[in-house]
Design a binder for this molecule. Structure first.
Ligand SMILES: [Zn+2]
Length: 476
């Protein structure tokens, strides 16, 4: 493994942003001062990424159900009490232009987690960013009016990014947080994919959902019209794609082969790709608006975007993104480089695309081919990927690629896998794994790290190891 230093000359330990993602429940369960003490002393953390808005369990709540609790915090599942929402105090004046007004997270009573943690973090010289994530649930007031519409014409629990209520909610939320609290900025998460990737399950942990693909709501139709995309043809195209996916899953091979049939569909219905691109357009318009809203409060506030794991696995997805474009609307990018769970996630990606469009290719060969396309190094073969995980070299390469991509226009803070939950028989990260992954990011020249996904699933022994790597990196 080549881990030769690249730009460590430009790095200095004091300037690094060494962050951790953490949700409200950890501070409630373990006490604000106690947790900050552990993060600072054991994890060498100087920046808190405090989960402030989400209905998702990836960033909020205790350890997810079915996974063992780590060696700290409550050992009782919050499966029944977890709800999600805004863990700060929503100030109504910021939500005038949206129907999404009642989002306060109910599970910790009147606690305002930002108001509680911010002064304590400041006293210790720590930075604090609010993390907000686009994950909703259908029983939140107003969601029904913003819901995406799927290929069957049914409403979903995901929100349409072309719905004006949704646009106003995201800009209202970040403006509220940046105005109401003296924070350092926002880290914005949106892991949702466009219709083509969703139809094929061509992501890191997605099921194949060609029949329920979104979004075909009135706001999408309007946006399509503006961009000259024929709505009826898009529907026809996605119905044909669904047919192809369903017959492929049943193993009914098209006469000319799976890939040729897929390519034929794309040629016949260019609207399939156009509709997928339209989703990405909406997603990136939201990023632009979020950035503008935050900077309108203060130019000193920092804006970061979470770059999801599929970016590591899927060449098509990669081609739809440009790090340089993302750098133009952000101060830093949190590039997911989760190596341990990356093994099983990459295996899922290969297995999904290998069950439809690449079904004629043996999976092991398909993965080797994909490795070449993405410049993967010496990773485990497919049958051992889940039990081996991806290597620290993967973290190194993804960090370097991001640094090269942004051309110095924003900071790169790789997301480091600290005990992300994996399947029963998949690799569990040892402290040595956490040390190696963290150090690899610095060796590649990162401007810091963000330990992920959340403190409530991390083992303190692994946090110690990440802290040691941060210390060793600072020594050079
Ligand atoms: Zn829509």
């Amino acid at each position: 493994m080549d881990l030769s230093p690249v730009s460590t000359a430009e790095q200095s330990g004091a300037n690094m942003m060494n962050g951790i993602q953490i949700g409200a429940v950890s501070f409630v369960d373990e006490g604000v001062e106690n947790v900050l003490d552990i993060l600072q002393r054991r994890g060498e953390i100087n920046t808190i990424f405090l989960t402030t808005f989400t209905y998702g369990r990836g960033l909020a709540g205790r350890q997810i159900p079915g996974q063992p609790f780590p060696d700290h915090g409550s050992q009782v599942s919050d499966e029944k009490t977890f709800f999600g929402g805004n863990y700060a105090t929503p100030h109504l004046e910021f939500y005038r232009n949206t129907v999404l007004k009642e989002t306060r997270a109910p599970e910790h009573g009147n606690i305002d987690i930002v108001a509680d943690v911010l002064p304590a973090a400041r006293k210790r010289g720590m930075k604090l960013f609010c993390s907000v994530e686009d994950v909703f649930r259908e029983d939140v007031p107003g969601v029904i009016d913003c819901a995406e519409v799927d290929l069957q014409g049914q409403k979903r629990s995901t929100l349409c990014l072309f719905n004006p209520n949704v646009r106003a909610f995201w800009t209202g939320l970040v403006t509220d947080l940046c105005t109401s609290y003296d924070i350092d900025g926002i880290l914005f998460f949106n892991e949702r994919n466009g219709s083509l990737i969703s139809a094929l399950g061509a992501s890191h942990s997605q099921s194949i959902s060609s029949s329920r693909v979104t979004c075909f709501c009135e706001h999408h139709q309007k946006a399509a019209k503006v961009h000259g995309i024929d709505f009826e043809r898009a529907i026809q195209g996605y119905k044909a794609l669904d047919q192809f996916v369903q017959t492929s899953l049943k193993g009914q091979r098209p006469t000319d082969g799976y890939y040729v049939e897929f390519q034929r569909l794309l040629s016949k219905f260019p609207e399939i790709v156009a509709w997928d691109k339209l989703f990405d357009l909406g997603k990136h318009q939201v990023l632009t608006e979020v950035n503008a809203a935050i900077k309108a409060v203060s130019k000193n506030l920092q804006v970061g975007f979470h770059i999801e794991h599929v970016n590591s696995f899927n060449p098509y997805f990669r081609a739809t993104r440009s790090y340089e474009d993302l750098a133009a609307k952000s101060d830093f990018l949190k590039v997911v480089a989760y190596n341990n769970c990356g093994g099983e996630r990459y295996a899922t990606f290969i297995s999904n695309i290998g069950s439809t469009i690449f079904k004629d290719v043996p999976l092991e060969e398909l993965m080797r081919f994909n490795n070449h396309l993405l410049n993967y190094g010496d990773e485990a073969p497919l049958d051992k990927l889940a039990t081996s995980g991806l290597s620290p070299d993967y973290v190194f390469r993804e960090t370097q690629r991001a640094l090269a991509g942004v051309k110095g226009k924003c900071l790169i803070l790789p997301g480091i896998d600290i005990n992300l939950p994996t399947g029963k028989n998949s690799r569990k990260a040892s402290p040595e794994d956490s040390y190696a992954a963290t150090l690899a990011a610095f060796k590649a020249g990162s401007h810091g790290v963000i330990l992920s996904r959340k403190y409530s699933e991390m083992w303190l022994t692994n946090l110690d190891a990440a802290g040691r790597a941060i210390q060793d990196a600072a020594k050079g």
